[in-house]
Design a protein around this ligand. Structure first.
Ligand code: HEM
Length: 84
């Protein structure tokens, strides 16, 4: 599934109840069902809900994490003109 989102639309999914979307690079990931299994903890993910977390993501993970979990968690991309 690949939908197009504006950054504003992503920002509206900022809690577990509404999907907990985060942006990594230009991809949009829905972490609602992943928060409780995140090895780095749920709290840190909830803190970046609705936001661009690329900087934080690349600080703690490498490409292999995105390769493994991306297909399961990715729901779309941020529209070009909406990039922050
Ligand atoms: C698609 C989103 C994410 C996925 C699939 C994911 C997955 C993982 C995985 C598999 C690990 C275990 C360590 C490893 O295998 O490298 C981990 C650890 C961690 N993650 Fe994430 N993560 C995501 C987003 C984030 C974000 C946005 C943050 C910060 C805001 C974060 C912070 C951390 C931290 C602090 C650790 C622990 C690192 C350590 O113990 O050295 N993660 N994550």
């Amino acid at each position: 599934m690949s939908e197009s989102f504006t950054a504003k639309q992503v920002s509206e999914h900022n809690t577990v109840d509404n999907g907990l979307y985060i942006i990594i690079d230009s991809g949009v990931y829905a972490l609602k069902d992943f928060v409780d299994e995140h090895p780095g903890g749920a709290k840190i993910l909830k803190r970046v809900g609705g936001k661009d977390a690329s900087k934080q993501f690349w600080k703690y993970h490498n490409e292999s994490v995105l390769k493994k979990y991306g297909p399961k968690l990715k729901v779309g991309d941020v529209k070009e003109e909406a990039k922050l």
